[in-house]
Write a protein that binds this ligand. Structure first.
Ligand SMILES: Cc1ncc(COP(=O)(O)O)c(C=O)c1O
Length: 310
């Protein structure tokens, strides 16, 4: 599952005025694997390759979590037992994401918001690990040194174009931290926070990378489109236009916000001498939740080929 394979690097044509004449590429990590796609593939690779298969894995997420979805599939493939602490109520109909997780043998344990907040508390984690057969804890979003190591492997895959900018979406900040650590200082890493009030991530990234905010990286805090899990007409229109022009589907939570932020940023900061890479971090299964909750029009679904998303 994690054998070496460079994801395609695709030039985005027809952008010139949108991107101030810069050359723009999209790194198609969404194509790495049908279920363990995008940054999940990068973040899980070294964690699972180094995992003792006799021990279970325990991780965290919400009802539509891309991370849990990918982890469930990967652990199933590798024959590793897996538990998930899920924020929410077990009495509510399971999302398609969680139904898939269950189908792939992930054991789901529902907790309320108050308990979920303890997910980084050491004593709580020790207690959970004990309760679940001495499971190894993988933080929410797969955050950790192994994740950053895997993400860092993107940089040598970009060597032939020597980008001056890499744009990536940000959730737990493992992906941006891995990129910052591995990139030369001549390459600016621009992260786009998917969550509202994400400034708390700045010291975390500084601590993980040893590089200060503003050095060769920036976290854009105002491109969340209303908050995590929120979609609006601008976002949907951008996803549709992008799909019609490039035949590439962005996801609703992360890469769509990155694209909107990129257009704004490019017009202010990029020049015709720049080469920018947008990292497609996958997450396409995230559309399922919006389809289930009937948040998308049939025109949108038809225009974006979304009926075929698994
Ligand atoms: C599709 C997608 N893109 C981006 C991110 C953000 O990555 P990170 O949590 O490493 O910041 C996530 C979360 O894992 C994701 O599922």
């Amino acid at each position: 599952m994690f054998s070496q394979y460079n994801s395609p690097l695709q030039a985005l044509s027809g952008l010139s005025s949108l991107a101030a004449g810069a050359k723009v590429y999209i790194k198609r990590d969404d194509l790495l694997h049908p279920y363990v796609s995008g940054n999940k593939w990068r973040k899980l690779k070294y964690f699972l390759q180094n995992h003792d298969p006799n021990r279970a894995v325990l991780s965290f997420g919400g009802a539509y979590s891309n991370h849990l979805h990918a982890l469930a599939f990967a652990t199933r493939q590798l024959g590793i037992r897996c538990h998930a602490i899920v924020r929410g109520d077990s009495d509510i109909k399971l999302s398609q994401t969680l139904q898939d997780c269950q189908k792939w043998s992930m054991r789901l344990h529902f907790v309320d918001r108050v308990e979920y907040r303890k997910r980084t508390d050491k004593a709580y984690l020790t207690q959970l690990a004990k309760r679940f057969d001495n499971a190894v804890v993988l933080p929410e979003g797969g955050f950790g040194a192994r994740a950053m190591q895997g993400v860092g492997e993107i940089i040598p895959e970009l060597e032939e174009i020597q980008p001056s900018y890499i744009f990536c979406p940000v959730g737990s900040a493992a992906t941006i931290s891995g990129l910052i650590k591995a990139a030369p200082v001549s390459c600016k890493i621009i992260g786009v926070a998917a969550l509202k009030n994400a400034a708390y991530l700045i010291p975390i990234i500084e601590q993980q990378t040893g590089r200060l905010h503003g050095d060769n990286w920036t976290l854009l805090l105002d491109a969340h489109q209303g908050g995590f899990g929120k979609i609006n007409q601008d976002l949907l229109a951008a996803v549709k236009d992008f799909y019609l022009q490039h035949k590439i589907l962005l996801d609703p939570i992360y890469t769509s916000k990155m694209w909107l932020a990129f257009i704004k940023y490019a017009q202010q900061e990029l020049t015709a001498n720049d080469t920018a890479v947008l990292l497609h971090t996958g997450g396409l299964q995230g559309w399922q939740g919006f389809i289930e909750r009937q948040k998308l029009s049939s025109e949108f679904l038809a225009d974006t080929g979304l009926h075929s998303v698994d």
